[in-house]
Design a protein around this ligand. Sequence first.
Ligand code: NAP
Ligand code: HSE
Length: 434
Amino acid sequence: MSKPLRIGVAGLGTVGVGVVKILAARREFLAAAAGRSIDLVAVSARDSAKSRGIDLDGVRWENDARKLAAANDIDVVVELIGGAEGVAREVVETALANGKHVVTANKALIAHHGISLARAAEQRGVAFNYEAAVAGGIPIIKALREGLAANEIESLVGILNGTCNYILTEMETTGRDFGDVLKDAQALGYAEADPSFDVGGIDAAHKLAILASLAFGREIDFGSVHIEGIEKITAADIRFAREFGYKIKLLAIATKTDGGVEQRVHPALVADGSPLAAVSGVFNAVAVRGDRVGLLVLEGRGAGEGPTASAVLSDLVDIARGLVMPPFIVPTSHLKQPAKANADKSQSAYYLRFNAIDRAGSMAEITRALANAAVSIERIVQPGEQGDTGRKPVVFVTHKTEEGSMRAAQTHLSRLEDVAGKPLVIRIEDGESR
Ligand code: NAP
Ligand code: HSE
């Protein structure tokens, strides 16, 4: 057997602890699979006194993670601290500058600095692996980087945030409040350090930007992702959607168009019976369409200790086997510049919900406002419940319309005296039919 692969783990939270546990529990198997043992040499976290339920006997503790990243006795630095800037970024940059392989689960860091970090890794001939950064335990990076390399990818649709999918599923099945369920997701180790990244759609957008770069051979373009979160979704929306035959999911969608790449993250009504509607709880799914393979749907747990650590270990085994690949499939010098598609022309049907005064003529004004924006109505429901501000909820489902028209309709409606506030608008997507 070759000499051991010596690793240092920076960050011992949900994911870091999971990695240490698997390294110990699967030590012999991993050594056989990789052809050499994978040895944990050093770790770093903020609080050396914290009890973590792992055995760190014989493992060096470094108070400063940057020191760990530069240590001579480490071949691979595993960054599991998190955040696009600060210590996490310094750790990764230090490790690469010192010619060490890097494994990270940090999608924020990659979405913002992935290309320059990949360039640094290529210059030093080391690996920069990040399977755990997207969709937890689903090997989607490997699928795009290796299994689907022969394909031109046409579109990619995913449920990429476990916390949001867990919250939406719990709200639907138990009727519990948003805030209450979010606390559960945090306790289970699913949420980001700042959970507004999850519920605001930013975490899913980080992941989408990474996948879109891999899928379409372009540099990462996080700034062009259209982002909406799930904060405005109520239990009533979930109930109406169910009555219409849909589930509400936070979708991340990247599509190649003639004008460039469209990237968007937003809640969507997804038809019952479609593959993505069936994805529940902390599960994620990614549906990829390739020109040769057709539709491929991968599903699995998207967050939490075990699934995420599993993905980190797959990266470590690759490195132990001597596999060093360009981090974004092709060398960074071959990646095309980002090109953002014009979203105004993208078409979908919409769900619209707002509160309005129930009086003679108000519905006529509302439908006129929609007609003036060239939005055609498929269904209207007035559930008869009392909403806030004394107005009653009204729900519309529209026929397919251009995004620009729907934005205009939203503005017209919010200016009507009988309508309270800005209407909630949710796209209706097909959830990837086979
Ligand atoms: P976490 O539980 O909050 O753990 C973060 C760890 O970083 C803690 O051990 C903390 O130390 C340590 N840390 C913080 N500042 C540090 C510093 N200045 N120097 C050294 N260590 C420091 O986070 P996590 O959930 O494990 O997530 C880690 C990374 O994985 C993030 O990039 C996250 O986005 C990503 N990720 C997480 C999941 C998930 O399901 N949780 C899934 C996929 C990807 P103390 O323990 O001493 O406070
Ligand atoms: N907070 C993230 C999520 C962790 O809930 O999906 C996995 O990336």
